[in-house]
Write a new protein. Structure first.
Lengths: 257, 200
């Protein structure tokens, strides 16, 4: 046996896997060759060490508290998977504000709500003044040639009248009113459809109204709008718009000149 | 009887909410998982942590186990291998410094010649240090095949590589271990008790 053959045998097999004859050849070569003897010794030491390590740790197990923790996790997982079959237990609602807010949060929310209410009341009480001021705008803006002008409709009855206040008193101011539309809008309110009333007069509705938000009076305002024709020239275009109490335009109609 | 059930049957029962089945499975498999983590990391703390993580994972994701792809033991070693890798990335250097074999050296001292016992203890300590100093992909095949007597096929499933790769890695790992142990204390060279190789 050569040293190369010896090395191949040692690397490929453990002594237990070798036949008697092969093992005898190995031992014979080992006695004759110091280098191969060293090689075999190293392999034997290594395998012997692994065996010792395996036997010395064979009885080692995880501590008892690991089992306790694992079983606790299993029970929690099992409880989770069986939850639909268990009696319904009231649990914290994920959307309940108390899960995320302390008393400071509630206090801040209450302060915000009070502020909103105060501002709302202030706007409501001051709405008479605002209406009077806004009604004066057409006169003022009519004197300004630049920008969209606000004029009273020519072919509709636009009148200056005194508006009765709920308290029985009177407040005066310019109010641009289209009696037809107003009366029709009230009729529409009763039927719940302002849009139909406006469409009947050639208006194009710009927003849908529900009876709650569009229950107030509407006003018709004639506006001069900038317009650009197809050839690029610019010219003004008159339009009647129905404006609600909230200042939002309900419908618009282009006036043919 | 739960003790007669296979691992896969116990797992199926456990996934149905049977705590006794899960307990039986844990008691059957926690030792190998713990020792695997201990051999791989050299740290009893990491081994405990990994064992707990592996079985908590099994309790939560056991339904994902596919018995047609691998036996449960190989699956558990594969899960443990990932947890060990994660844990040892944090503290591998600490484990090397702690010389883990010293913690269990007493268990090596058997009745008999005191000098031989000490030599055996030294060898065990030296081999463990040598195993821990191996690169991870060599260390895991030594731990699986030599220390846990897994077959090449099971080791390949746990590691996720071909059987031929396991063979070549084990061969190379043995060469490296033999060199590391070259200067170890002289021990008995009784060849009759050599470690069995992985049954192929």
């Amino acid at each position: 046996m050569t040293c190369h053959e010896f090395a191949k045998q040692v690397e490929a097999f453990t002594p237990a896997e070798l036949s008697h004859s092969a093992r005898a050849e190995l031992l014979a070569h080992q006695r004759e060759c110091t280098a191969c003897n060293g090689l075999l010794q190293r392999k034997v030491i290594m395998l012997r060490g692994l065996q010792l390590l395996r036997s010395s740790t064979a009885s080692l197990e995880a501590p008892v508290d690991v089992e306790r923790n694992v079983l606790r996790a299993f029970r929690q997982g099992a409880a989770g998977s069986l939850a639909p079959e268990l009696p319904i237990v009231p649990q914290a609602n994920a959307f309940l504000p108390s899960r995320y807010l302390g008393w400071q949060g509630f206090a801040a929310a209450a302060a915000g709500l009070a502020l909103c209410l105060g501002l709302g009341l202030w706007f409501l009480l001051g709405s008479g003044k605002t209406a009077g001021q806004s009604a004066q705008r057409p006169t003022a803006s009519a004197q300004q040639p630049t920008g969209p002008s606000v004029e009273q409709p020519e072919h509709k009855v636009a009148e200056l009248r005194e508006v009765p206040t709920p308290a029985g008193g009177r407040r005066t101011g310019l109010t641009v009113v289209n009696p037809d539309v107003t009366s029709q809008s009230k009729a529409a309110d009763s039927s719940g459809s302002l849009v139909q009333a406006a469409q009947a007069q050639g208006y194009t509705p710009l927003m849908l109204c529900d009876p709650l938000s569009c229950s107030g009076d509407e006003q018709v305002v004639r506006l001069e709008l900038p317009a650009t024709s197809a050839d690029g020239s610019t010219a003004s275009q008159m339009a009647d718009v129905i404006v609600g109490d909230d200042g939002l335009v309900r419908a618009i109609r282009i006036v043919q000149q | 009887m739960l003790t007669e059930q296979t691992d896969e049957q116990l797992l199926a029962l456990a996934m149905g909410g049977d705590e006794d089945a899960f307990t039986a499975l844990y008691r059957r498999r926690q030792g190998p998982v713990y020792r695997f983590a201990l051999h791989m990391s050299g740290s009893p703390q990491i081994a405990e942590e990994v064992t707990q993580d592996v079985f908590v994972f099994l309790s939560q994701r056991g339904r994902d186990f596919d018995a047609s792809r691998a036996p449960l033991s190989a699956y558990l070693f594969g899960v443990a291998r990932n947890y060990v890798r994660r844990a040892t990335e944090r503290s591998y250097s600490d484990a090397l410094r702690n010389i883990p074999a010293e913690e269990h050296a007493d268990s090596l001292i058997a009745d008999g010649d005191a000098v031989e016992d000490i030599a055996r203890g030294q060898l065990s300590s030296a081999i463990w240090k040598a195993v821990l100093s191996l690169p991870e992909h060599y260390r895991e095949v030594v731990v699986l095949c030599d220390l846990h007597e897994s077959s090449y096929a099971d080791a390949a499933l746990a590691v996720g590589c071909a059987i031929g790769t396991i063979r070549s890695r084990l061969h190379r790992a043995h060469e490296m271990l033999a060199k590391k142990l070259q200067h170890s204390a002289a021990v008995t060279t009784d060849t009759s008790g050599m470690a069995a190789r992985c049954p192929s």
